[in-house]
Design a protein around this ligand. Structure first.
Ligand SMILES: NC(=O)c1ccc[n+]([C@@H]2O[C@H](COP(=O)([O-])OP(=O)(O)OC[C@H]3O[C@@H](n4cnc5c(N)ncnc54)[C@H](OP(=O)(O)O)[C@@H]3O)[C@@H](O)[C@H]2O)c1
Length: 263
């Protein structure tokens, strides 16, 4: 074989063998699928969310498969929980290579003038402040690993406004600027920071809208592919941004939205 053909012998892959990844919101939905995919790709996974029982189910399935998984139950909005989670990574593996800020909420679908202050605050706390705090909690461990990759889960609504979603859209738009700012600040530490922006996925978060005939039709009318997405269709983009394969990419957002942001 020709020695000048390294890509022929070893094409790019998404393996994460020997890496440690912290995935927030791993108890269900997209985060659960990410946990399985990261473990399947060879990473040891640190899984967090509020539901201890659901997290333990995901971790058990991974351990039965032969993977390594630890769980920490608690809210990402509680800084003490984030410190405790980083401590588990430190004590179990002494490092962290990947952080996926996936936990998110969208509790209200009301016009801006009727949005309760408490709902605004919860969405900003969980979707915007918590990911930044997770990044800061992860920083020493990512540095201990010699650098790493952070992937923030944004949304099509980080770029596209939608009535009745002001808090959610503001939180995700803010998360994209957190992504770009950290990408610039932490590049010299060898840490890449990127985002994925899914369109509507068939998870619990969107069940109310997808089951509502009028809203579902209105949403599908805006999506060129005329269908909702599956979590499994977002997973490869997150793996790509986490893996060395994307070593020259930082500060960017990958849209996985059936063409919505192209319109
Ligand atoms: N579904 C979509 O159409 C869609 C589209 C674009 C972007 N996204 C984003 O994708 C991410 C995952 O969404 P999903 O569709 O998988 O939603 P989901 O099914 O509702 O799952 C949300 C996850 O976040 C966790 N979570 C929520 N609040 C938390 C908190 N305070 N502390 C810790 N964990 C918390 C939940 O676990 P516990 O309840 O156990 O805490 C759960 O694991 C979110 O960031 C969401 O904004 C979703």
């Amino acid at each position: 074989m020709n020695d000048d053909s390294p890509l022929l012998r070893k094409p790019p892959d998404l393996r994460l063998d020997g890496k440690v990844a912290w995935i927030t919101g791993a108890s269900r939905g997209l985060g659960r699928e990410l946990a399985f995919a990261f473990a399947g790709a060879g990473a040891a996974v640190l899984l967090s969310a509020r539901s201890a029982a659901r997290l333990e189910q995901v971790a058990s399935a991974i351990r039965e498969y032969g993977g390594e998984a630890e769980v920490v139950a608690g809210s990402v909005a509680d800084p003490a929980v984030l410190d405790a989670t980083a401590k588990v990574a430190c004590e179990r593996w002494g490092r962290l290579d990947v952080l996926v800020n996936n936990a998110g909420v969208s509790p209200a679908f009301v016009r801006s003038e009727r949005l309760a202050d408490a709902d605004w605050q919860e969405v900003l706390d969980v979707n915007l402040t918590a990911p930044l705090r997770c990044c800061r909690a992860a920083l020493p461990l990512l540095e201990a690993a010699g650098g790493g990759s952070i992937v923030n889960v944004s949304s099509v609504h980080g770029a596209r406004a939608h009535e009745r979603l002001i808090a959610y859209a503001a939180s995700k738009g803010g998360l994209e600027m957190v992504t770009r700012t950290l990408a610039v600040e932490w590049v010299e530490r060898g840490i890449r920071v990127n985002a994925v922006a899914p369109g509507y996925l068939e998870t619990e978060m969107t069940a109310g809208l997808r089951d509502h005939e009028r809203w579902a039709a209105a949403l599908l009318g805006q999506i060129p592919m005329r269908r909702f997405g599956q979590s499994a269709e977002v997973v490869p983009a997150v793996l790509f941004l986490a893996a060395e394969t994307s070593s020259y990419i930082t500060g960017t957002t990958l849209f996985i939205d059936g063409g919505w942001t192209a319109t």
